[in-house]
Design a protein around this ligand. Sequence first.
Ligand code: 4AD
Ligand code: MG
Length: 478
Amino acid sequence: MKRTKIAELLTFEPQGQELLVKGWVRTFRNNQFLALNDGSTIKNLQVVVDFQRMDEAILKKLSTGACVSAKGTLVASPAKGQSAELKATELQLLGESDAEVFPLQPKKHSLEFLREIAHLRFRTNTFGAVFRVRHALAYAIHSFFHQRGFYYIHTPIITGSDAEGAGEMFQVTTLPLLQIPFNKENGQVNFQDDFFGKATNLTVSGQLEAELAALALGEVYTFGPTFRAENSNTSRHLAEFWMIEPEVAFNELDDNMDLAEDLLKYCIRFAMDHCADDLEFLQQRLVEEDKTKPQEERNAMPLLEKLRFVTDQPFARITYTEAVEILKNSNTNKKGKFKYPVEGWGIDLQSEHERYLVEKHFQKPVILTDYPAQIKAFYMRMNDDGKTVRAMDILFPGIGEIVGGSQREERLQHLQNRMKAMHIPEEELWWYLETRKFGTCPHSGFGLGFERLIMFVTGMGNVRDVIAFPRTPKNAEF
Ligand code: 4AD
Ligand code: MG
């Protein structure tokens, strides 16, 4: 007999049909009621066991965490909150789980504790929901771009360049660390002897390669892992995260903003349409969590209302210069309540400033554009004022920066000037510069941090809880 998934089974009208299910025991009550979950839905199936007819040795082993195969008939359930249950005729233990040592008990565990047992946290309601939503969002992204005629490009993970020019790279080498072949004359490492014959690193962004593709295929996107060796131990930074990077020929900054806003709204709506049960559960989880927090730290809105609120209205769009004015004149600033006071134009915005703009001032997502050139990457297009670049960051409530992008500098001379000013050697990016020599054109793109999107949609407060096995400073377990 073929296995039926619980998600499908729960859509059936119970008529005594014979079915086979397999899953993991969540609880076993009164030697009779088995709550089984197979990951296809947040809902458990109640399997009713006739203990007088079952082998006692098996009954003893139906403890939380065990894996079970159950055959039986689907009948209407007298119990509250479920329409059907399976009356078991045959039970088989596929994998036992010693209740004395199984770390997950049928009670609330802290997220911190669950991080330490990330190999088992998939088995909890919260992480089941988070990873189903993560899947739906990944699917939504491909669906969005495919519908619009974009091509999915796989950019390299090992590169020889630093796309952001920020120097936060993990080196890739096969050189024996303890006996690195130094060049005796200049004391530098001989990378000619290394695997690739040059210094290489894990990519921080697929943007530069995506630009090359966009200048031929028109509209492309990447969606892959990226790596940053920044030593930020925050609830929003990972050393390994996934990024979605569209790149579009002929798009200017306004088109770029429209594309990003459409993508975000599409993904959020997709999750609401396809993950209703999981989002309902996550919303309730937040309500419970809020009860343990002081009033001012609680969520202003229930999760689903917040998602609807974001999809149903246009994002605010202002320049960096306007944002600095708002921040400088804010009461928070005047009363000295920012940790980093806003004194004037040119400062890099801190997350407290971003959150003020989004959560206090506009109370909706904000797109900030035209940042000072000196705080942004070399590839952004210089404005006529010679001071600002066509950058855009999208700031989200509770998250801060979720998207970073720009119109690209398509003019060779301007690009060379910026690279020189920022000490980026032309030899390293000769291939990038060639696109500005051969058929250059205006083009734009952005990067959406996948984990930050998942945080927003699920309401999870820590980026470590939306990726299966987080990589952060001093942590690469599993
Ligand atoms: O702003 P970033 O650094 O932009 C780029 O990498 C551009 N090359 C993208 C492009 O234009 N194609 O990163 C883009 C987004 C951020 O807005 C944030 O959401 C996410 O990536 N991000 C991180 N997410 C988790 N952990 C980190 N350490 C992140 N760094 C950036
Ligand atoms: Mg950024």
